[in-house]
Design a protein around this ligand. Structure first.
Ligand SMILES: *Cc1c(COP(=O)(O)O)cnc(C)c1O
Length: 394
């Protein structure tokens, strides 16, 4: 039987067994509306309260009511950014700073705000995929309303110096938000130590159910209403609570945080071995910083091939991988992340992202290593681009 290797955990993860079990009673048994006054509703309300407390604890938020449930990372990002923009606008501040390689949930929200009179500065992320704190400091103006910088990049896995960046923003009285969707449940997060004002997370990136997320909002930030309606989420985000989803998210996060240290040591070993072996392929390169990088992220480029062909051939071998973010695949434009770290178009096209979770093991790495080099070689044999590269290098 063919081996199946799921190596696209940055796109989404499998729901954890524990989370699934914890969710089940909230579909047919405890189905009450959390806002209802009878016992059945109370059981749902209690489950939502418990989950909020658990999630607050997992990121060291001071209070459960710093946590607002949303439908996912995209919604959390939209709310934080549009909300902070509205707060800024009331004070005549219409400038926002972000980085060039944010997720589209951030970049497209910023484009929308530009159409509504905001000015946006996107910081460079340089060759290693890291924002430079001094460049943030220089970009801040009197009318800057918000700095939003992602915690960890979803394609190349680089981890930003968020604490330092938040400090700089605060020194200038600017609100700081981070899209931590790739980081929560993966690396330790302490919102008080980091000093961030708002932080986005998404349940399906840490083995929770899809369509669930949360936004951490520090006390004192009076975020405008996102969805008008009932009084849920302290009146700011109306709509009957997704009780099962909320419960599943909290259990998955608790599980991810509990076995983090042991898991990451294992993942880093797997990651480093895979990178080292794949770098033996001629004209290959690793994208993003080698050290400040998520434990389960490998992102490589192989010159002279198309990432899409590589993915299709890996799929035939049972390996699910990606050439970038799920949102850009299907389009032929190379990833904006790879372009932002200075890769030329033709190299950015030959990219491969492999992302691992607790469910992967060393045998998966062995299997990938038994397939990738031979597929790259086969594709290069058919590639006019590779022929040209070889000729030119002679
Ligand atoms: C997946 C992802 C998102 C979007 O989260 P959804 O829950 O799928 O909406 C946002 N930002 C980053 C960095 C992501 O990886």
């Amino acid at each position: 039987m063919q081996r199946i290797v799921y190596a696209d955990n940055a796109a989404t993860t499998r729901l954890s067994e524990k989370a699934f079990e914890a969710m089940k009673p909230y579909f047919c048994e405890y189905f009450g509306n959390a806002s209802s006054l009878y016992k059945l509703g109370g059981q749902s309300q209690k489950a939502v309260d418990n989950a909020r407390m658990l999630i607050a604890q997992c990121i060291n938020a001071p209070q459960p009511n710093n946590i607002y449930f949303t439908s996912g990372g995209s919604e959390s990002d939209n709310w934080a950014i549009k909300g902070a923009a509205e707060l800024g606008e009331r004070k005549g501040k219409k400038h926002i700073i972000s980085s060039k390689f944010e997720h589209h949930a951030v970049l497209h929200t910023l484009e929308y705000l530009e159409k509504h009179g905001f000015e946006v500065t996107l910081l460079d992320v340089h060759e290693n995929g890291l924002v430079r704190p001094d460049e943030l400091e220089k970009a801040i103006r009197d009318d800057t309303a918000l700095v939003t910088i992602m915690f960890a990049n979803n394609e190349i896995g680089t981890i930003q110096p968020i604490k330092e960046l938040a400090e700089i923003a605060h020194r200038h009285n600017v609100v700081f938000h981070t899209d931590a969707v790739q980081a929560v449940g993966t690396v330790p997060i302490d919102v008080q130590d980091l000093g961030v004002d708002m932080l986005s997370m998404s349940s399906h990136k840490f083995h929770g159910p899809k369509g669930m997320g949360a936004l951490y909002v520090r006390k004192g930030i009076r975020l405008p209403n996102l969805i008008h309606g009932g009084g849920q989420e302290r009146g700011l985000r109306a709509g009957t609570e997704n009780t099962a989803g909320i419960v599943g998210m909290s259990i998955a996060l608790k599980e991810s945080v509990e076995n983090m240290a042991e898991r990451n040591a294992r993942l880093e070993k797997m990651r480093d071995r895979l990178i080292e072996e794949l770098l033996k392929i001629e004209r290959s390169r690793i994208n993003g910083d080698r050290i400040n990088r998520l434990p389960g992220n490998v992102n490589m480029c192989f010159e002279g091939i198309e990432g899409e062909s590589l993915l299709l051939m890996l799929d035939l071998q049972g390996i699910s991988a990606s050439s970038g973010s799920a949102c850009t695949s299907g389009s032929l434009d190379p990833s904006h992340v790879l372009l932002s770290i200075g890769l030329p178009h033709e190299i950015a096209h030959g990219s491969l992202r492999l992302t691992f979770s607790d469910e992967n093991n060393e045998e998966d790495i062995d299997y990938i290593l038994s397939k990738v080099p031979q597929i790259v070689e086969r594709l290069r044999k058919m590639s006019p681009l590779w022929e040209k590269i070889v000729k030119e290098s002679k």
